[in-house]
Design a protein around this ligand. Structure first.
Ligand SMILES: O=P(O)(O)OC[C@H]1O[C@](O)(COP(=O)(O)O)[C@@H](O)[C@@H]1O
Ligand SMILES: [Mg+2]
Ligand SMILES: [Mg+2]
Length: 360
């Protein structure tokens, strides 16, 4: 079947670079190296059981999570594919306890790469879409070896972010701070082709995504929002909502980018010592950058994700993103907790006195 002529990722990056004539070619090489790694992961995934890469690796990562063989393979491919170019000064991976030290003399690059090599790993063995997520930061000082603190930059400082989704087709979604553009991997040519320039997320939606098995641990603003969605036409919202949960952040983000929606993996009381389930530096921040560049919004519920100053490389965070008006509504619920239905207005939650729990 003849395909229409489309720009390749390389052509797109060359055009982007014309906006910054003073920039060297290093940045483009970073993105092209990532794209090459994603092609290799895509190939491994497409081979599935034929390549013997399904199943557990019988090991755990720093988060105490079981590693799948494909987690380990994807991590190795990311490291190998990006360490020799000379454009990076270091890498942080979900699968590695400490930042990866790039061997000398290749370790003085202008950029840092942070990644989740394989996202949604619980879906691998059931052949459902998974992905890779990446974030690119500037190296604060490339004259000295990198330190863990160098990676602790708020998301607003990302120079690029993106993900690859390994679904029915493989796509690379990218922002370099000038909108969001999606490229589809052409299996014949072996190149990512620009198929979805300038993606924009609808501001409103009737679709939400949350893991409801955690509902007993939710905080009140989240419960209130979901209750409203479930009430549909009969409730406050006056319209019915639909729900989706793929358990693959990349797949949920991609659906929302394509047709709108809202995703919630909020902070909850399941493990009170942690701030959320998803990781700030290589899951929440890149997805938040993409959402905001596409006209959506990303929040912890309490503040924009991109404004959070990280304190540790594997820090977790509550993450809510998608259609702007929905995310703002959830933020509003956090700012203004629901008034308790009390016959005495003096005892409303935002009134002079609040009811003590044993009065309810
Ligand atoms: O199983 P749960 O709690 O619904 O979690 C699903 C979430 O976990 C993740 O799979 C975590 O990512 P990893 O597979 O990279 O650990 C997200 O993609 C997804 O949103
Ligand atoms: Mg992940
Ligand atoms: Mg992962």
């Amino acid at each position: 079947m003849p395909y229409p002529q489309r720009p390749t990722l390389t052509q797109f990056l060359i055009d982007e670079r014309k906006r910054f004539p003073e920039a060297g070619g290093d940045f483009n090489s970073v993105i092209l190296n990532i794209a090459l790694v994603c092609r290799r992961i895509s190939h491994a995934i497409a081979c599935g059981a034929l390549a013997g890469i399904n199943g557990s690796a019988d090991s755990t990562n720093v988060q105490g999570e079981e590693q799948k063989k494909l987690d380990v393979l994807s991590n190795d491919l990311f490291i190998e594919g990006n360490k020799w170019g000379g454009q990076l000064a270091g890498m942080v991976s979900e699968e590695l306890d400490e930042p990866y030290r790039i061997p000398k003399p290749y370790s003085r690059g202008a950029y840092l790469l942070l990644f989740d090599p394989l996202d949604g790993s619980s879906n691998i063995d059931v052949n459902v879409a998974v992905g890779s997520i990446f974030s690119v930061l500037r190296t604060p000082d490339s004259r000295r070896p990198t330190r863990a603190e160098d990676y602790l930059q708020p998301g607003v400082q990302q120079v690029a972010a993106g993900y690859a989704i390994y679904g029915p087709s493989t796509m690379l979604v990218l922002t370099v701070g000038n909108g969001v553009h999606a490229f589809t991997l052409c299996p014949q040519v072996g190149e990512f082709m620009l198929t979805h320039p300038n993606l924009k997320i609808p501001e409103d939606t009737c679709e939400y995504a949350i893991n409801t098995s955690n509902s007993r641990f939710w905080e009140d603003p989240v419960r209130r929002y979901v209750d409203e969605c479930i009430a549909g036409k009969t409730g406050e919202r006056g319209k019915d909502f639909n729900m989706r949960w793929i358990a693959s952040l990349v797949a949920e983000a991609h659906r929302i980018l394509m047709r709108g929606g809202v995703f919630l993996y909020p902070r909850d009381n399941k493990q009170p010592q942690r701030n959320g389930r998803l990781r700030l530096l290589y899951e929440a921040n890149p997805i938040a950058f993409i959402m905001e560049q596409a006209g959506g919004r990303a929040s912890t519920g309490r503040q924009p994700v991109l404004e959070v100053t990280p304190t540790a490389i594997h820090e977790r965070i509550g993450l809510i993103f998608g259609s702007k008006n929905e995310v703002e509504r959830i933020e509003d619920f956090h700012k203004h907790p629901l008034q308790i239905d009390s016959p005495n207005p003096l005892f409303h939650e935002r009134s002079l006195f609040t009811e003590s729990p044993n009065m309810q």
